[in-house]
Structures are given as structure tokens and as C-alpha cells.
Ligand binder design. Structure first.
Ligand code: FAD
Length: 510
């Protein structure tokens, strides 16, 4: 007999849990009507959230808009700032050079030949400066909204930096009054149905919580999906060596009286890289490194040296993580979203994006009855695993194109065995032709096309950006590849050293 899926229980109240609760409640129910799907979130009062995850990508704007959150309100509550780009320092060589990976780029019609033109040129101007105003706007310290709204055609796409702890609290305070049930308790036991699906979870507060669908947002603990459902973890640490971060917060007043930068800085150090994320009241720093190559003590010393004098007094904490993915994000009636479903290290801020994608895809593939569960799970797992591998390749790209040889770590990451097979195949192809949109066809999102760098849909009287996919497509690859001077052999063969001087399109600079 068909059973309607009406009750969802989310276990875990970190960013992933609250993003999922808020998104499902708003996307699956109509305001002012009795809820079609009842969402309950149970979170431990004792187990802290990981509370890193302070830089986002533009997909966050779609999530917030669907939930119905006002941007200004959100920014005030979460100490948020605008983020337009990631500035990569010392990744190619250890010589204070940098390049930007901004969120937007001009697309010229009928063919976007920015890459072709740059490859054929003398390459004296950094690639992204030939096709996006954002690297220069960033260096000027300007914020995107002051440069014009995206409706006006300016290719200024943006995301946010924010306080991760405040973000989860903000979502909770926003969505609980709208009807999501909230319980503070530790989940202790789980009862199963005969068919291997979850029936009930028990808590240390004597709750017995029944539901039709269970979402595991318990972070690296993976209490439901791993402990109970037995879904394994695919380790991907052979491609991304970093497994630990030392994080600290630096108040502006004492340590950095200058401007709030509208971008994240990712500076490569001896055995990894440091994130430098500006919020309204403080900066967040974190040295992501490989425990195989540097001790915690030496990593802390290097982080303090990065920040400069006076930083010894700041509190630092170490976060351990593992890079890899759940072999299936959805098994039976249990879906893992957030760190329980997998993690790729923090470069490019893909953690919250993958949680966001997990929630959006669950709403889209929500099974109306238990009969549809397996079909939806199959498709969901395919989309999420494909996206994970795409992101893995993209992060892998940042390391393997380095030309640094100053430490064993940097020599190691460029070895062929540290490059994923998919990325190697892409490189072979991109030696013959530059990356183009058709190399990433499956990533196009409905409504997204070449003409429109900020695709959007109408929701009521609001225009909602839908830039939830296609983020790491040919444009991002070109940005990193040319930022690190990957050579397209075909252009070398054709033009050699005798390449014409490139003029920057005047509209980019003025
Ligand atoms: P958590 O925050 O760990 O939440 C787990 C929740 O489960 C908690 O509420 C806990 O109380 C609850 N829980 C656990 N066990 C039980 C139980 N038995 N009963 C009840 N409740 C339970 N992402 C980005 O997008 N940008 C970044 O810049 C970024 N930086 C990162 C840096 C590092 C070093 C790491 C490790 C991650 C980073 N991420 C980043 C990823 C990001 O932090 C996570 O994707 C995001 O915070 C989601 O975490 P979560 O909610 O899955 O887990």
C-alpha cells in the first residue's frame, strides 16, 4: 500500500541541518495553509557545531531567497560582508604573485572567445582582467552593490562571508516561528522497519520520534547514515592531502584597522594554505595543512607569522577533517546532507554549497509516497556523486598546477599520482583546445545561458538568482588554469613566442 511522505525528521542543527529544515519547509509548503510536509529538527544541546564555513558562493543567494530571507536582515544578523572573488596568493610560485577567481565575467557574443584571445596574446595582462571587472574592483576594495544591480547588466556576481555560528542560529530563529518543530536532545538509539528503513529515533530526553523520511545532518559523526544504515565512506585523501586546519578570529580594531576586503584571500604557505575571510567585526583565519608534512606546533607558528605581531594572544583551535564522500547520500529513507554526506577541503567554499545542493535537490526529488523512494534516491545519488567528483577535480586543479618546489608538500601535490584520472583526461583535451561550455553541458541549470551571467527566476514579486550550478564550469577552470599559466599546446605551436599584444576591452576598466 502507498504511504504518503508527510513527516521529515532532521537530526543535527549545524548549518546543514538548518539550511535543510528551512529550505524544505518553505519549498514544500504554502504560507498560510496547513503544512503538507511537517519538518522537525532535533539537535544535541551538548555536541557543538563545527562552526567553520564562513565563506560562501553565489548559490547561497538562491537558498536565502527561496527561504524568504531579506538580505540586509541576514547580513546584520550574521556579521556578513560581500564576497566577489577569491584571491590566490603564492599558489603558482612562492613570490608574492596572485590571481583572482571572481564570481562574474563578461560573456561576449556570439562566441565567448576570451580564453582563445588571451592564449593567442602576449599574456601580459592577467587573464581575468581581460574579461571581468571584478579583480580590479576587488583590489579597489569596492562592494558590488555600489557598482550597479545585476538587473542593469553589470557582471557583478557575489556571495557572502559570515559568522557560521550566527548563520545557523539565524535560520533557526527565522524558520521555527514559521512552523518547523525544534527539539534539543541527543539521539541515542534508532529502530528499524523490517524493510531496512528507519522507523523511529530515541533521545536521551525520552522522545520517540517517528517520521517517513530522516535526514542525517550530524556532521562527521554520521549517526544515521553510517552508524545505522552502514553506508561506507570513500576516502579521497590521495588527491587532496590536507586533513587539518588551525583556525582563529582576529578583531579589526587591534589587528587590522584597514578596509574590509570584498573577497576571500587564500595564501599558500609551506604545507597548505591559509584562508583569510573578512567579516564586519573580525577576520577569520585558518591554516589548512597536511598533518603528514607539518606538525601542529609548526603550523601554528606559521599561522601566527602570517598574521604578524600580537597574534600569539589570540585563541586558536584545531579542526580535523577527512576528504571523501558517502558511497550513497540516500539509502532507504535516510539522506545524508552536510558533513555526514562528505567533504572536500575548504578551498573554494564548497562545503555549504554541497549542503545547499543537497537540500535543493531533496526538495526537487521529494518522494510523494514511499513507492517513489527508490527512484528518487537513485537519481539523487547520481546527481550528488557527479557533482562531488566535479568539485573534487576542480579543487585538485588548484594544487596540481603549482610550480612550487620549496617543500616536499608542494613537490608531492604535482605528481601524476596525485591528479585524478578525470582531471588528467581533461588536461589532455585542453592542451588541444581551451575549455568551453560544451565540456560541462550537464551543469547548465534551467534558465541559465551564455547571455546571462546572473540567471534568475521570478518568485512572487521577487527575482531569485538561480546560480546554483554551472559554478565550476569552463569559466572557473579557465580562471585557475590561466591564472597559473597552464599552457594550451596548440597555441604554443601556432603562435610560439610571437604573440600579439592584448588590449583590455575599455569597458572593463572604466
Ligand atoms: P556540524 O556543524 O558539525 O553540525 C552537526 C550537528 O549535529 C550539531 O548540531 C550537533 O549537535 C548535531 N548532532 C551530532 N550528533 C548528534 C546526536 N547524536 N543527536 C542530536 N544531534 C547531534 N564550508 C563553506 O561553505 N565555506 C567555508 O569556508 C568552509 N570552511 C570550512 C573549514 C573547515 C576546516 C571545515 C572542516 C569545513 C569547512 N566548511 C566550509 C564546511 C562547513 O563547515 C560545513 O559544510 C557546514 O558547517 C555544515 O556542517 P554540518 O551542519 O554538516 O555539521
Amino acid at each position: 500500500m502507498k504511504n504518503q511522505i508527510r513527516k521529515v525528521l532532521i537530526v543535527g542543527g549545524g548549518s546543514a541541518g538548518w539550511m535543510t529544515a528551512a529550505y524544505l519547509h518553505q519549498a514544500l509548503n504554502r504560507e498560510g495553509m496547513p503544512p503538507r510536509v511537517e519538518v522537525t529538527l532535533v539537535e544535541s544541546p551538548d555536541i557543538p557545531r563545527i562552526s567553520v564555513g564562513e565563506a560562501t558562493i553565489p548559490s547561497m543567494r538562491h537558498l536565502l531567497a527561496v527561504i524568504g530571507i531579506d538580505e540586509l536582515d541576514f547580513m546584520k544578523a550574521t556579521d556578513a560582508t560581500f564576497k566577489q572573488s577569491i584571491k590566490y596568493v603564492n599558489w603558482e610560485h612562492n613570490n608574492n604573485t596572485f590571481y583572482h577567481h571572481p564570481f562574474g565575467r563578461n560573456r561576449r557574443q556570439p562566441i565567448d572567445y576570451a580564453g582563445l584571445e588571451w592564449l593567442a596574446s602576449d599574456r601580459k595582462i592577467p587573464f581575468m582582467e581581460t574579461c571581468s571587472p571584478q579583480p580590479i574592483i576587488c583590489e579597489m576594495g569596492k562592494s558590488p552593490l555600489m557598482m550597479g544591480k545585476w538587473d542593469m547588466g553589470a557582471p557583478i556576481n557575489y556571495a557572502y562571508h559570515m559568522n557560521a555560528q550566527k548563520f545557523a542560529d539565524y535560520l533557526r530563529d527565522f524558520i521555527v516561528p514559521k512552523g518547523v518543530n525544534h527539539i534539543y536532545a541527543n539521539v541515542t538509539d534508532i529502530d528499524m522497519r523490517d524493510n531496512g528503513w528507519i522507523k523511529t529515533v530515541h533521545t536521551d530526553q525520552a522522545h520517540q520520534l517517528e517520521a517517513d523520511l530522516f535526514v542525517d545532518c550530524t556532521g562527521f559523526r554520521a549517526k544515521l547514515i553510517e552508524e545505522k544504515m552502514g553506508v561506507g565512506f570513500e576516502d579521497c585523501s590521495q588527491w587532496l592531502l590536507c586533513d587539518r586546519a588551525i583556525a582563529m578570529h582576529v578583531p579589526y580594531d587591534e589587528h587590522y584597522p584597514g578596509m574590509v576586503r570584498p573577497y576571500t584571500t587564500a595564501t599558500a604557505l609551506s604545507n597548505g594554505w591559509v584562508w583569510d575571510i573578512p567579516m564586519q567585526s573580525r577576520r577569520s583565519l585558518g591554516y589548512v595543512h597536511s598533518s603528514q608534512y607539518i606538525s601542529e606546533e609548526d603550523a601554528l607558528k606559521e599561522l601566527l607569522a602570517y598574521q604578524g605581531p600580537g597574534s600569539e594572544a589570540l585563541e586558536a583551535r584545531t579542526v580535523h577533517f577527512k576528504v571523501g564522500r558517502r558511497e550513497a547520500n540516500w539509502k532507504g529513507n535516510c539522506i545524508a546532507i552536510g558533513l555526514s554526506g562528505g567533504f572536500i577541503e575548504p578551498l573554494e567554499s564548497t562545503g555549504l554549497y554541497l549542503s545547499d545542493l543537497g537540500a535543493v535537490m531533496l526538495a526537487e526529488h521529494f518522494p510523494q509516497t514511499d513507492e517513489y523512494m527508490d527512484a528518487m534516491a537513485f537519481r539523487y545519488n547520481r546527481i550528488l556523486s557527479n557533482r562531488f567528483y566535479e568539485v573534487l577535480d576542480f579543487i585538485n586543479l588548484h594544487y596540481c598546477l603549482t610550480k612550487r618546489t620549496d617543500t616536499a608538500f608542494w613537490r608531492e601535490v604535482q605528481k601524476p599520482e596525485r591528479i585524478t584520472e578525470r582531471l588528467k583526461a581533461k588536461f589532455e583535451y585542453w592542451k588541444m583546445k581551451p575549455p568551453s561550455q560544451t565540456d560541462f553541458e550537464d551543469q547548465l541549470y534551467p534558465g541559465q545561458n551564455q547571455q546571462n551571467s546572473n540567471p534568475s527566476v521570478h518568485m512572487g514579486d521577487k527575482r531569485v538568482p538561480i546560480d546554483t550550478a554551472g559554478l565550476w564550469n569552463h569559466e572557473s577552470y579557465e580562471c585557475i588554469m590561466y591564472g597559473m599559466h597552464f599552457d594550451c599546446q596548440a597555441y604554443q605551436d601556432r603562435f610560439g613566442e610571437d604573440r600579439p599584444k592584448l588590449n583590455v576591452h575599455p569597458q572593463i576598466l572604466h
